[in-house]
Design a protein around this ligand. Structure first.
Ligand code: PXP
Length: 252
């Protein structure tokens, strides 16, 4: 670990913006557009203007926050990269092939979770994941596998020749104010080293905020951090542009 500048890219996850909209409008049959506030596409466009490098949207099976029309409008309007987070289902494969985002991030999905809680079990369901990675590779969509910082999962991701992994930083973020923070950080550092040594591009995300970012950037080989909750929350006080700027300070 060192303190050299990292030049890490910033991906903004706008799901929580859609969550706020759905809290008010979920029972309305609407063709969600920029007039229904807060619009997660509008937030994405503002964030891009101040230097966000990609936009992530998670289209969940139960459509609890982001809607199909959000993803489609984002795909049309954003000028950076769209990273579609999705489950490994036939429905989502079809959807991604029609949409043609820059990348897809494969995540586990279960209806009970408020947000994505654990990494994808790539090792335990390799054939299922392979179906997605191969379908995406054929059409030139990059695949990122959202995995825990675990040797078995990293090796399984490398075996599937997934170009990217996203290391799940949730356990570290949860331990930040408790015991085990150093252990979780070391586990991320080791996972990043190992994934990089196997030729995987390393991204990371989940639970990253304005406090723990100062340690997170010590993880080696990071290409991009995907951050949602903290930036969207900070935007309530200072606006999205300033919230993004305050995070970007830590990445270069
Ligand atoms: N990366 C992935 C794969 C996610 O599912 C999420 C959202 O749960 C994030 C990053 C962003 O997490 P947060 O909103 O805690 O910053």
């Amino acid at each position: 670990m060192n303190n050299l500048p990292k030049n890490i890219l910033l991906g903004l996850n706008v799901d929580h913006c859609a969550t706020v909209r759905q809290a008010r409008y979920r029972h309305h049959v609407l063709d969600y557009g920029s007039e229904v506030e807060p619009d997660c596409v509008e937030i994405a466009l503002l964030a891009e203007r101040v230097g966000v490098d990609s936009i992530t949207m998670h289209l969940r099976e139960d459509r609890r926050h982001v809607q199909d029309s959000d993803v489609e409008r984002a795909c049309e309007k954003i000028s950076t990269r769209l990273n579609l987070e999705m489950a490994c289902t036939s429905e989502m494969i079809e959807y991604a092939l029609q949409l043609m985002p820059h990348s897809v991030c494969l995540v586990p999905e279960s209806r009970e979770e408020v947000t994505t809680e654990g990494g994808l079990d790539v090792a335990g369901q390799q054939e299922r994941v392979r179906k997605v990675t191969e379908a995406m590779r054929e059409v030139g969509i990059l695949t990122s596998l959202f995995i825990d910082p675990d040797v078995t999962q990293i090796e399984a991701a490398a075996e599937l020749k997934s170009p990217w992994v996203e290391l799940h930083t949730g356990a570290y973020a949860n331990a930040y104010y408790h015991d085990g923070r150093q252990r979780e950080l070391e586990s991320l550092v080791n996972a990043a080293e190992y994934a990089h040594s196997l030729g995987l591009v390393v991204n990371a995300g989940h639970g990253i905020n304005y406090q723990n970012i100062t340690e997170i950037v010590q993880i080696p080989h990071l290409q991009e951090l995907n951050i949602g909750h903290s930036i969207i929350s900070r935007a309530l006080f200072v606006g999205i542009e300033q919230a993004v700027r305050e995070m970007l300070v830590h990445l270069s």
